[in-house]
Design a protein around this ligand. Structure first.
Ligand code: MCU
Length: 369
């Protein structure tokens, strides 16, 4: 078992490099963190293909349209569709929440939903799903991108399609987009928020280990007797992470030059509301609380702490949104998708977890604003 030293310093360049002291240095460090995560944990994100076309077609439901996306690179073409469900109230152009599968948080009646069938892009049945799905039809089954990276690519192509068709056609405001998913799809939603800067608000729900938890903290939680999911288990369970990650996952997470607080930190200063549930020990709830406590320091450094929320409670079934988290969910949506002013999004709470900050964080938070 790894000795779990500390959580790495988001504000120090890798390999003992200099500490970040300015916003422009942070922009550079942010790129470095993204590159390291792609190299060692999630596989490489591929750019927009040279050819992308899109159209919108009606369905048997009057409120639902298919956004059909065709994209070609290296003489290969794939097509996939996302379903846009238009709201019953509000005014076009509508903000929209993109969901892997379908949302399991309530979406307000004045906001559209865009459902993306992520399993169609990269299968996630189990460890034998590696390299299967439309992303790999396009780029080959040896592409290093893990399933979550492939899904993130598809989110980016969906936004490309919205931008291409223009707002008069889509009736969607592509600069007010949210991203959500629960559990395994919550892990994916966090990754999409980290990699795609056009997402204004990221809402991973009950993402647990491999989501808003940190590898080192989950290892420690397990070492203290918790029956929690660790990287060592996750790499054998499914294809959410890259093949490259396996060498670190066998209780060598201390060797990683990052942990998941830094993945979340890539979202800053855009908005993140991480919703969690203490009812399932497997999700590694103590790790999520500590990891998001560390992540929030990136928003603090950027003077944007009101844009990062964490809400963790218990006593409800997995992915069944509880009424007591509604106020913070509404606040984040109102402020960051509906542009309402004067909404209080200062939310950071847990029902019963603790985090020994002095044990895990030995770095200072610079002021970058
Ligand atoms: C919370 O996400 C996962 C978890 O990581 C897995 O170990 C378990 O098999 O499935 C959870 C999930 O996606 O539930 C829907």
């Amino acid at each position: 078992m790894g000795s779990s030293t500390i959580l790495p310093d988001p504000f120090q360049f890798a390999g003992g490099g200099p500490k970040v002291t300015t916003k422009s240095q942070w922009d550079c460090r942010r790129q470095q963190i993204s590159s390291l995560i792609q190299k060692y944990e999630l596989g490489y994100l591929l750019p927009k293909p040279s050819i992308l076309t899109a159209n919108l077609t009606s369905t048997s439901s009057p409120s639902t349209f298919n956004l059909n996306i065709n994209t070609t690179t290296n003489n290969k073409t794939i097509s996939f569709s996302t379903a846009i469900i238009y709201p019953i109230s509000g005014q076009a152009p509508y903000p929209a929440v993109i969901a892997y599968g379908a949302p399991s948080i309530p979406i307000p009646s004045n906001i559209a939903t865009i459902n993306l069938n992520n399993d169609d892009i990269a299968l996630q049945n189990d460890a034998s799903s590696r390299g299967i799905g439309k992303f790999y039809d396009l780029y080959g089954s040896n592409a290093t991108a893990s399933a979550m990276t492939a899904w993130s690519w598809a989110v980016s192509r969906t936004i490309d399609a919205l931008e291409l068709l223009l707002v008069n056609t889509t009736k969607i405001n592509a600069s007010s987009l949210g991203m959500t998913g629960c559990s395994r799809n919550g892990k994916g939603a966090l990754v999409a928020g980290a990699f795609e800067p056009r997402i204004a608000l990221t809402i991973p729900q009950e993402s647990g280990s491999g989501g808003d938890a940190c590898w080192r903290l989950s290892d420690a939680e397990q070492a203290a007797g918790g029956v929690v999911q660790t990287s060592s288990e996750i790499v054998n369970e499914n294809v959410w992470f890259s093949v490259e990650f396996e060498q670190f996952a066998q209780y060598k997470t201390d060797l990683l030059p990052f942990d998941r607080h830094m993945l979340a930190g890539l979202i800053a200063p855009r908005a993140l509301l991480a919703i969690e549930n203490t009812a399932y020990e497997w999700l590694s709830p103590q790790s999520s609380f500590g990891c998001m406590t560390a992540a929030r320091k990136v928003w603090v450094a950027l003077g944007a702490s009101d844009r990062m929320g964490f809400s963790q409670d218990g006593n409800h079934s997995h992915c069944v949104f509880p009424a007591d988290q509604q106020p913070e969910l509404s606040a984040f949506i109102e402020k960051f998708l509906l542009d309402q002013e004067g909404v209080d999004t200062d939310v950071f709470k847990t029902t019963n977890e603790t985090f020994d900050e002095a044990r895990w964080i030995d770095w200072d938070v610079p002021k970058l604003y």
